[in-house]
Design a protein around this ligand. Structure first.
Ligand code: PLP
Length: 439
């Protein structure tokens, strides 16, 4: 056994991948999700590619769980980080920094929310936690409506609004959460969840539930369910919900942690596919805006944002380095119309995958918006969702130099979400590898 403080072999040189693969289990939790049975140690990235410690190059179709929004090692972001780090690394929200105020101005203007205020966090979980806190304070109630099959984070309260028991580390919901859809009217913990997809009767479900429950503070929903397998509700669903919510004075929180910044191609925000009655009351964001730096936040109109009575500070929220990275990333995203690119490259990619899938018994559905594409896999003999097939395809794609993600209610959906600068050639190359892997 190695002594606790023994120097590493090679005196500070990076450990080879094989070595890390045998060491991680002794120090990392067993419940940590590693995508591959033989875990990959990533060492660097550039554009749409990443390299591992064994020297293999991969086309990255998962972009660090939708976090590498524009490209790996985008020079503008790298420079912004280095420049800001050379000036001051940390301020906390006790002080102002130029990047924090400028990014807040940009996001407030882009959000579509009138008289918007922005509070920065370091993750999507923390952004949603803050949104729940605001809704609770504003409405004087902690009853929250959530969607079945949703994912909103892994803290105590966000696990409570995550509508899939298999994503709760304890199997219990810490909150009394009410779920919308499919006749689920019970309260948590995860009462009566089933695997039905979005159904037409949702508005009726909502009406029915609200008829039986007074004092709900907010509905939180992802415009496209991310971890849930890139599943979209019908366009306009939340606009229809909104009418009902407004009648009851209930707030709509749009969780845009995966859908924001143009990833879905047709819109800059996911809520815009449901824009009948204008923007949501609260919008949460994270992931892609930092292009790998940990930026999250919540946007709300002043009346809602300013309803917290207590003083509140975030030590790392609004870090000038992450804010500078996000500003450079946002500039690049807009200047290069990466939303348009997501639409132009994503559309044909979906078509190619659908054509390939139609000939293969294991593909039940290819669904997608922009560069957020889900491929639902089934066992050909039973037609049932097949997480095993998803794992096999993931491994086969990795062997051929393509990284993808997985998710979905049954863990049987492949998730494709490359950086938004993906070229048509790279999309075609990835589609070919994926088709071979599916075969
Ligand atoms: N909300 C959504 C829609 C997400 O997909 C995620 C993470 O995947 C989160 C919130 C939590 O974000 P984070 O992992 O940054 O805490």
């Amino acid at each position: 056994m190695t002594a606790p403080h023994a120097p590493r072999d090679g005196a500070g040189a990076p450990a080879p991948a094989a070595d890390l693969r045998s060491r991680h289990r002794a120090v990392l939790p067993d419940w940590l999700t590693l995508l591959y049975e033989r875990p990959i140690e990533l060492t660097h990235g550039e554009g749409r590619h990443v390299w591992d410690a064994d020297g293999n190059r991969y086309l990255d179709f998962f972009g660090g769980i939708l976090t590498t929004m524009t490209a790996h090692a985008l020079p503008e972001v790298t420079k912004a980080v280095a420049d800001q780090a050379g000036r001051i690394l940390h301020t906390s929200t006790l002080y102002l920094s130029r990047p924090m105020v400028e990014l807040a101005e940009r996001i407030a203007a882009l959000s579509g929310i009138p008289d918007a205020r922005v509070f920065f966090t370091t993750s999507g979980t923390e952004a949603n936690d803050t949104a729940l806190l605001l809704a609770t304070a504003y409405r004087g109630s902690n009853q929250i409506l959530a969607m079945r099959n949703s994912y909103h984070g892994r803290s105590f309260s966000t696990v409570g609004i995550t509508g899939n028991a298999s994503w709760s580390p304890t199997g219990l919901s810490p909150l009394q959460t009410l779920y919308v859809h499919g006749g689920v009217r019970g309260r948590g913990p995860y009462a009566g969840l089933s695997d039905a997809a979005y159904i037409d009767a949702c508005v009726a479900d909502l009406e029915d539930m609200l008829g039986q429950t007074a004092g709900v503070a907010a509905l939180i929903a992802e415009p496209v369910q991310g971890v849930g397998g890139f599943t979209s509700p019908p366009d306009g669903l939340y606009a229809a919900f909104r009418e009902v919510l407004d009648r009851h004075g209930i707030l709509w929180i749009s969780d845009e942690v995966q859908t924001g910044w143009g990833r879905t191609g047709d819109h800059f925000w996911g809520w815009q596919a449901h824009a009948g009655n204008g923007p949501p009351d609260l919008l949460t964001f994270a992931k892609g805006i930092g292009n790998g730096m940990s930026v999250g936040g919540v946007v709300a109109r002043a009346e809602v944002m300013n309803c917290l009575g207590a003083n509140s500070v975030s030590t790392f929220g609004g870090s000038p380095v992450t804010m500078a990275a996000a500003l450079a990333n946002l500039d690049h995203l807009l200047a290069h119309d990466l939303q348009g690119n997501a639409r132009r490259v994503g559309g044909p990619l979906v078509k190619r995958l659908r054509a390939a899938g139609a000939e293969l018994g294991i593909v039940r559905e290819v669904r997608g918006r922009g560069l957020m594409i889900g491929v639902e896999l089934v066992a050909p003999d039973t037609g049932q969702p097949s997480p095993r097939a998803a794992n096999l395809v993931l491994e086969a794609a990795r062997e051929r130099g393509l990284l993808i993600g997985k998710g979905g209610l049954a863990g049987a959906a492949l998730r494709i979400a490359p950086p938004l600068s993906l070229t048509a050639e790279e999309a075609a190359q990835g589609a070919e590898i994926l088709t071979e892997s599916l075969r």
